[in-house]
Structures are given as structure tokens and as C-alpha cells.
Design a protein around this ligand. Structure first.
Ligand code: SF4
Ligand code: SF4
Length: 391
């Protein structure tokens, strides 16, 4: 494992993100999650990122429980305050005290204000809640060793956020990958962070696995330059090449992904201007996709309890090429959870860090689905064809 120096610490360049532990029967699969964490420790990862809200609060619990088996100084535990979530109150003390109690940790190595963005900036700035002052106090007391923020804000607000918080934070977690370099204006954000001398923590390095699903043309140009690099390796090496990036977080959903990613992070390899150019070409080909990262923020507020990330994934499939498998999947979903059940209330749109116009996408998906035969019709036709072939 390669490491970066950060203040008094030596941090693994790859950190384990705790937002995407596998789920079984609707619950976080604790056995697999434990194995993922243990394998990460074995392969040298020493940074573990979670949040109060991740996976219904179970992510904080499983991470702290599993890491408790190791010496305290062998890992860094990072968690966050959920000021971005809709809540009745935003007093930080009860949440923070609950996090310490729940995780049985005496202190957090890293602590962040979670996703300061357009819809919650006022919450974070409201003197009634006293959020920033409270956490700076906890840092003084030694309960937080390093303090930072995460944000999906657009560039204008990002500039304001740095004016307000810049002098208090030691690191800033942003969405950064070769597609968002231009799509989420990450270039501007990186340059501004450099001016403030604030190191970059990366989230969504693979854009919620979107950078793994490339078209044949993209795969071909990438393979001509580096035949042995996977799409993940390309995306990671792009970031590893940036000197201001000190932490790359990846939500690894299986032991084999941990092994594969740790393999990439075990050695430096040159990444030249031509590599960069290739990725910018690949990025152009991806810009037609709806940029859903499957973060699930929209699901929490949908009154119809639609599985929006799944519907966005199917929407991308349909935009790429109308497919029978989309029809099949849709028909396996109860009628009241299909895209046409959307009430167009817009709640989800306000929560989406990717600024996706979800209701419009769902309306378009409904329209597109109406143009292809239903799965029952497809099956019936296949039966007729099979009988014809048998004579
Ligand atoms: S607009 Fe549709 S998908 Fe979005 S929250 Fe409302 S009902 Fe759910
Ligand atoms: S639609 Fe937006 S909020 Fe919902 S899962 Fe995708 S990126 Fe997240």
C-alpha cells in the first residue's frame, strides 16, 4: 500500500468508504462487511470513512465494532455530522455524543460536516445551532483530531463555503474523477482548494461505478495505451497523479474488490499527458448518461418510496439502447414502485447532489418503456418462435 503524509499521520492513499457495504434481505450484510474491513486492514488501508446517516447508522457501528479488534493507532476513523439531512433540530451535541457512545471510541481521528450544499448551507450557518463552534470546541478537547467538510455544492456556493470555513478546516472532501473534472466543475474546486492550501479528499472516484461501464470504443482506445489497465485502474491512476489529493475513498462492496484496488494502490506508475487526454475523450462519451452515483439520498425523501437509483440505472440503459431486460426488471417491480408512480413532488430533486431532474427522467423513462413490448409479450413471442423453429 502506498501512503501519503498528512500532518502527524501517514495515511494510506486508498481509504475504505462505508456507504456501500453489501445488503442482504434489505439489511447491511454484517458478515461480508466485516470481511471487507478485515481484508482492508490486512492490505494496509488505515483510513475508514463513514457517516451518521450511512446505511441507517449501521455503517458506523459495523466499522467501529470490527476495527476495535485492532490497536487504536493502527487505523483512522472518520465520521460526519448530518447537517444536510432533514431533521427537527440540528443541535450537534446529542448527535456527536451518540456517535462517540455508539462507536465506543474515545475520539475521532477525522470528523467532517457532512455535505454542505445549497439546501443545507443555512442550517450550517444558523447561529441557533452553533455547529461550527461546537465542533471546533470538540477539537480543542481532543475528541476530534482533524476537522474537515464534505461538499457537493456548485462552484458559486463552494467559493462562499471556503470563505466561511476555509480557515477552520484541515481537509475538504469533494467529488472528483475524470468525468467530474468538467461535469461538476471539479477543476475549479481543486484550484480554489490549492489557493487555500487545503488538501483534497476524494469521494466517488469511480462515479458510483459509472466509470467501469464504458463503451467499446472507449475501452479500445484505453487498451491501445495500457492493455493491462482496467477502467478502475485508469480512474484511480488519474487521481493518484494529483499531488493535492491526499485521500481517495472507495466504497468497496466485496473482498475481491478490496484486493483488486489495493493491488492498484501498491505501486506508483507514470500517468502522462497522453493518458490524461485519453480520459478526457472517454469522459465526453459518458456525458450523455444521467450521472446517478447511487448515493440514495433521494430515496430517503420519496413519499412513494421509489427505488430511484435503480430506476436511474434502468433509465441510462434505456437511453443507451432500449432493452428487453429493462422491461423484464420493470415488471418484477410492484406497480406502485414503477416510474409512473412518481407524484412529481420534486422532493428527490432537492436532495440530489448530482442535480439530476429525477421527476423528468422518470417521466421520460415511463414514455420510453411504453414504446417497447412488455416482458410477457416478449416471452410469448419467444415461445411462438421456438415452436416455429422446431417445425
Ligand atoms: S418527484 Fe417522484 S420520485 Fe421524486 S420524491 Fe416525488 S414521488 Fe418520489
Ligand atoms: S438520483 Fe441523485 S440522489 Fe438519487 S441516488 Fe442518484 S445521485 Fe443519489
Amino acid at each position: 500500500m502506498l501512503y501519503n503524509n498528512f500532518k502527524d499521520k501517514k495515511l494510506s492513499k486508498l481509504g475504505l468508504g462505508g456507504m456501500r457495504f453489501p445488503v442482504k434481505d434489505g439489511q447491511l450484510d454484517q458478515d461480508i462487511a466485516e470481511k471487507i474491513i478485515e481484508k482492508s486492514m490486512e492490505l494496509g488501508i488505515n483510513y475508514y470513512d463513514t457517516a451518521y446517516s450511512y446505511q441507517g447508522g449501521i455503517s458506523e457501528l459495523i466499522l467501529s465494532k470490527t476495527l476495535a479488534k485492532y490497536p487504536r493507532e493502527s487505523y483512522n476513523f472518520a465520521t460526519k455530522f448530518p447537517g444536510h439531512q432533514i431533521a427537527e433540530t440540528y443541535y450537534p451535541a446529542p448527535i456527536f455524543e451518540n456517535q462517540l457512545k455508539k462507536t465506543k471510541l474515545e475520539y475521532f481521528d477525522f470528523y467532517l460536516l457532512h455535505n454542505i450544499y445549497e439546501n443545507c448551507y443555512d442550517v450550517y450557518m444558523d447561529p441557533k445551532w452553533n455547529i461550527l463552534e461546537y465542533f471546533l470546541k470538540q477539537k480543542e478537547k481532543g475528541l476530534i483530531k482533524h476537522f474537515g467538510i464534505s461538499t457537493h455544492a456548485r462552484s458559486d456556493l463552494f467559493t462562499t463555503i471556503l470563505k466561511e470555513f476555509g480557515e477552520h478546516i484541515e481537509f475538504c472532501q469533494i467529488e472528483l474523477n475524470y468525468l467530474d473534472w468538467t461535469m461538476q466543475d471539479a477543476k475549479y474546486k481543486c484550484e480554489l482548494l490549492k489557493e487555500y492550501n487545503i488538501p483534497i479528499w476524494v469521494m466517488e472516484p469511480l462515479k458510483g461505478a459509472q466509470l467501469l461501464k464504458l463503451n467499446d470504443k472507449s475501452k479500445e482506445i484505453m487498451a491501445q495505451k495500457h492493455p493491462d489497465w482496467s477502467p478502475a485502474e485508469w480512474a484511480f491512476r488519474y487521481l493518484m497523479n494529483m499531488s493535492d489529493v491526499k485521500m481517495i475513498l472507495s466504497g468497496m462492496a466485496s473482498v475481491s474488490i478490496v484486493e483488486e484496488n489495493c493491488g492498484i494502490f501498491s505501486e506508483e506508475k507514470p500517468f502522462d499527458k497522453e493518458d490524461n487526454k485519453i480520459l478526457m475523450t472517454v469522459a465526453e462519451s459518458l456525458k450523455d448518461n444521467v450521472p446517478c452515483t447511487k448515493c440514495g439520498y433521494c430515496r430517503r425523501v420519496c413519499p412513494q418510496e421509489l427505488n430511484i437509483p435503480l430506476l436511474m440505472e434502468q433509465y441510462n440503459e434505456m437511453r443507451y439502447a432500449p432493452s428487453n431486460t429493462v422491461a423484464m426488471l420493470m415488471e418484477s417491480i410492484p406497480v406502485e414502485k414503477r416510474p409512473e408512480a412518481c407524484l412529481k413532488c420534486g422532493m428527490c430533486k432537492r436532495e440530489c447532489p448530482q442535480f439530476i431532474d429525477i421527476p423528468t427522467c422518470l417521466e421520460d423513462l415511463t414514455k420510453k418503456l411504453s414504446t417497447i413490448p412488455s416482458w410477457a409479450e416478449i416471452c410469448k413471442q419467444r415461445l411462438i418462435d421456438a415452436k416455429k423453429m422446431q417445425g
